[in-house]
Write a protein that binds this ligand. Structure first.
Ligand code: NAG
Ligand code: NAG
Ligand code: NAG
Ligand code: NAG
Ligand code: NAG
Length: 480
């Protein structure tokens, strides 16, 4: 009896140990998403201050230029809304302590005015809350991407008054470029070596080409990603930093970085992918807005843009596609035609690369110039019934299903194959049996039905395909 009992007891211990090992491995895997692992993700971008309050209050915010009360705990409490929409990762605002209080240019609710990088922004919660958010995501099999500013520190006042001793790491003028204002973002040296900001909030520009500055950022980022279990980084203002900074910084971070190179020329933007894994797909964003902002937008430029990106970028599957973000006019601000908006959303979600939807896009928010485009998500009541939430959810779930069925879907480049003045056809996938054929148009909500034939899908009459828009099987006819 004694022996059997002790065996049973040991068995329990072994099981407990195994369970711990399994749990640890699971958490370890979740926290160590590879760069390639980002390809299959779908990202929901939110501003921490604008997504959800800790106490759940959905009262309107009286001033979008100031803090509205969103927090990391608020996000934790409202992850179902995001995960149910099919997202597998969130991108949150920069986490560091910023300029305190209100300024002539508003408050640092966006997180882009760093001062103390070893402290978290207390408006968003505590370090434990942030760790809690990371854990909560990983427990769901989701991932955390944080926004980061390495280009500069921030100072309330003009450049003549900066007191460098207030910064906790970069506390000496020797870490910075001497003052000069950026006057031409197209001039590499001027953009990299001069300062942005204005006379009310100036942004002392770190010498990111200096080894001393790089090493300090490497030490910092390596600790931050491990400490908080960060899976990816969105890096701010890449056009304003030395290109040589990115590779060693990403190596130290040991996670995927997606850079903000806010510019149009395809060759210029793609060149940055020689230095960093990921890029926000600004060239395609310009073309998407142009194609869908009106019934006469250019479908052919978008058609050409797809292959130009493939030809110029190292790996289009690691780009991040978007219609909206916190810096640009929301689509419905430009045009209220909901059919155009839905086409734009569907295009970016199915294009080569990673879909990114900006909080409020699924609620048809219509803000223009910042901070108007930084609305509070809670004002919507987190409605999950509207057509945009449902569309995004359908495409996310569909894409996940396609990825699961076709191991090379993500790395098989899109093939634009059909074009007329208002319609664009694109196919993507390794075989006709698993491929996705997407048809986009800018005919708008009032368009009347018409028939047209679209050769080149690779399908033949009688093939049965699944239509994700109507969610029905349809047969290909002779006119395919
Ligand atoms: C909820 O929190 C906000 C700030 O985040 C605060 O302004 C508001 O008074 C709180 N509401 C309640 C009912 O406690
Ligand atoms: C790592 O970062 C955390 C959070 O900022 C901080 O508390 C900790 O002291 C850092 N560790 C090291 C070794 O710098
Ligand atoms: C900078 O601010 C200081 C203090 O407000 C002021 O005296 C000075 O004239 C300003 N200089 C410039 C160049 O704006
Ligand atoms: C790169 O993009 C440019 C347009 O910006 C295009 O003319 C060129 O053909 C592209 N290169 C390749 C190899 O596709
Ligand atoms: C399109 O073709 C189908 C099948 O031939 C036909 O039933 C339908 O009426 C046509 N619609 C229009 C708008 O011509």
């Amino acid at each position: 009896m004694t022996r059997r009992f002790s065996l049973a007891k040991n068995f329990k211990h072994i099981m407990a140990l195994l369970w711990l090992v399994v749990l640890y491995t699971y958490l370890g895997l979740a926290a160590a998403l590879s760069k390639e692992g980002w390809r299959s993700q779908s990202i929901y971008q939110l501003l921490t201050d604008r997504y959800a309050r800790t106490n759940g209050s959905e009262a309107p915010c009286s001033d979008l230029g100031n803090y509205c009360g969103g927090s990391w705990q608020g996000i934790i409490n409202n992850l179902d809304y995001i995960q149910t929409m099919g997202f597998t990762a969130i991108w949150i605002s920069p986490i560091t302590e910023n300029i305190q209080g209100d300024t002539y240019d508003g408050a640092a609710f966006h997180g882009f005015w760093p001062q103390k990088i070893n402290q978290v922004n207390s408006n968003f919660g505590t370090a434990a809350d942030l760790k809690g958010l990371s854990d909560a995501l990983h427990e769901r099999g989701m991932y955390l991407m944080i926004d980061m500013v390495t280009n500069d520190m921030a100072w309330e006042g003009n450049y003549t008054t900066v007191d460098y001793s207030i910064y906790d790491v970069f506390d000496d003028p020797s870490y910075y470029h001497p003052y000069c204002p950026i006057t031409d973002y197209q001039d590499y040296t001027n953009a990299v070596e001069c300062w942005s900001g204005d006379q009310h909030v100036t942004l002392p520009d770190l010498a990111t080409e200096s080894t001393v500055v790089l090493n300090k950022w490497q030490t910092w980022v390596s600790n931050i990603t491990t400490f908080y279990g960060v899976d990816g980084i969105r890096l701010d203002a890449c056009l304003e930093q030395d290109q040589q900074f990115f590779t060693p910084f990403e190596t130290a971070a040991d996670v995927y970085i997606i850079c903000e190179v806010y510019d149009y020329p395809v060759q210029k933007v793609c060149d940055y992918q020689n230095y960093v894994s990921g890029l926000l797909n600004f060239p395609i964003w310009y073309l998407v807005i142009d194609a869908f902002e009106s019934n006469s937008g250019s479908m052919s430029n978008l058609y050409d843009g797809i292959t130009q990106m493939q030809g110029n970028c190292t790996d289009v599957s690691l780009l991040g596609n978007f219609v909206e973000n916190h810096d640009v006019d929301r689509f419905p601000y430009i045009n209220t035609d909901s059919a155009l908006d839905q086409n734009a959303i569907a295009f970016v979600m199915l294009n080569d690369g990673i879909p990114i939807i900006y909080a409020g896009e699924e609620q048809y928010y219509s803000g223009g110039f910042p901070p108007a485009d930084r609305e509070t998500t809670w004002t919507s009541g987190y409605d999950t019934t509207n057509i945009y939430y449902q569309l995004i959810k359908s495409i996310n779930l569909f894409r996940a299903c396609v990825i699961a069925n076709d191991p090379t879907y993500l790395t098989t480049n899109s093939v634009p194959f059909y074009l007329d003045t208002q319609v664009l056809g694109v196919k993507k996938g390794s075989t006709p049996a698993t491929q996705v054929v997407s048809v986009f148009n800018n005919r708008g909500i009032d368009a009347v039905a018409y028939n047209f034939s679209m050769p080149g899908t690779g399908w033949v009459a009688g093939d049965i395909v699944y239509d994700i828009y109507t969610q029905q099987n349809v047969a290909i006819d002779e006119n395919a």
